[in-house]
Design a protein around this ligand. Structure first.
Ligand code: SF4
Ligand code: SF4
Length: 417
């Protein structure tokens, strides 16, 4: 693909991402401008979808319905688009049309009957790994190094840092993207590149067959699109390096089983025209640890809803790898949703777990207040209690998970409807 096309695609990405950020920040008028700029370059369902939600938030309900209808035209299989348009149509005073859209969403995916519960469950489970930390305007004001480390440690769950999604039989790998990997922020930093070169030499591989280069000056707003450390001079030109795509398509059948995002929304960047990364081999990233560096950032951090739930199940010792091998991806997606709801209701969101999390948060708050007030005795006592309670909290989660584990094991054994 010529650089020009990459540059246009990057510009489109920049505009629709800005639209999303501005919407989040509440600058709806400006967000609409950015979504429209994105659409002027290339019509994508997700830019129309983003525009629809922004127009709705801005009070232009009819405009929102129109924009969502364009998104649906481009992606008629996305259940969440119908579901969202139904809410807009309700607000427009057309419950008759809304009911049709709800029925359509449910016919595409039965989970849309309980999508609010699924989203709640995902928030509960994820939130328990990344609990809110006390707000400190200037972290440098915290005097105790131990407390600073404690605050940094919270919300930084190791379990999600471990390499590779455990769903080995996923045909819709997150490493299969529609569009070149560069567009998804998959770029290679200097140390990783050095490690890769050594690896290629050792294996007799040619760098140019596996890696591609893009001169950043060709794209506007490069500073917000690429991590600065990944921009390197190649042949005298500031460029980013990224893995090439392979050639085998995902295919329509497999694309139908594509997992959803953690908010149970469509992942528009894995479509039936997706192609795998050249480094995807036997269901695994072949360069994950090359050069003693973990994988490239976006590949390392991305987990869909299914991958996310299985990472949690693995951390709790509740993942049945053997049974998984016999299940289709559609079944695994179903198991993930059922397991997520069990984990939210009976483990992470249970009354005991919530009470224990609240006590932990209170102790941390007391420690911060003690530190800021210069009261070391209060701070150290709160930190001590926090550590003790943290261990108890982990034990409690272990116990709750063990009893929920029986029902989760039955999901693996029996599959899901
Ligand atoms: S994170 Fe999701 S899409 Fe990626 S490999 Fe795992 S199950 Fe598949
Ligand atoms: S580099 Fe590895 S983790 Fe990243 S997209 Fe390629 S195969 Fe996937």
């Amino acid at each position: 693909m010529p650089h020009r096309e990459d540059a246009d695609a990057l510009k489109e990405k920049y505009y629709h991402s800005m639209g999303a950020i501005l919407t989040e920040e509440g600058d709806l008028e400006e967000a609409v401008v950015f979504f429209q700029k994105a659409i002027d370059i290339r019509e994508t369902p997700y830019a129309w979808y983003g525009l629809a939600r922004t127009l709705y938030a801005a009070g232009d309900v009819a405009g929102a319905v129109g924009a969502m209808s364009r998104a649906i035209k481009l992606a008629p299989g996305a259940a969440d688009y119908y579901h969202e348009r139904a809410a807009f149509l309700e607000a427009l005073g057309r419950p008759d049309l809304a009911a049709g859209d709800v029925a359509k969403a449910v016919s595409l995916d039965r989970n849309y009957e309980r999508v609010d519960e699924i989203r709640w469950a995902a928030r509960v489970v994820e939130g328990s790994f990344f609990p809110p930390v006390p707000f400190v305007e200037d972290a440098a004001r915290i005097r105790s190094g131990g407390l600073r480390r404690l605050l940094e440690g919270e919300g930084d769950a190791d379990v999600f840092r471990k390499p590779s999604c455990p769903v080995l039989c996923c045909p819709a790998y997150c490493c299969h993207f529609t569009g070149r990997l560069l567009l998804h922020g998959v770029t290679i930093g200097p140390w990783k590149l050095q490690g890769l070169r050594g690896h290629f030499r050792e294996k007799g591989l040619r760098e140019e067959d596996l890696l591609d280069v893009f001169p950043v000056a060709e794209a506007g707003h490069a500073e917000s699109l690429f991590p600065p450390q990944d921009v390197m001079k190649r042949g005298g030109v500031a460029s980013v390096t990224f893995p090439r795509q392979g050639t085998s398509p995902l295919g329509r059948d497999l694309a139908g089983d594509i997992p959803k995002g953690k908010d149970y929304r469509t992942l528009m960047w894995i479509g039936e025209d997706a192609r795998p990364c050249v480094f995807l081999s036997g269901g695994r990233c072949s360069l994950y640890d090359v050069g003693d560096e973990a994988s490239l950032d976006p590949c390392a951090s991305f987990l869909c809803m299914t991958g996310f739930v299985f990472v949690v199940l693995r951390s709790l010792g509740l993942m049945d790898s053997e049974a998984m091998g016999a299940r289709s991806m559609a079944e695994l997606n179903g198991i993930a949703v059922e397991a997520l709801i069990i984990l939210a209701r009976d483990v992470y969101g249970s009354d005991e777990a919530l009470a224990s999390s609240k006590t932990l948060a209170d102790e941390l708050q007391t420690a911060v207040e003690g530190d800021l007030a210069g009261d070391d005795v209060l701070r150290d006592a709160a930190m001590e209690r926090y550590r003790l309670l943290k261990t108890r909290h982990e034990d409690l989660i272990g116990e709750l998970a063990a009893s929920a584990g029986k029902r989760i094991a039955r999901l693996f054994a029996g599959g899901v409807g």
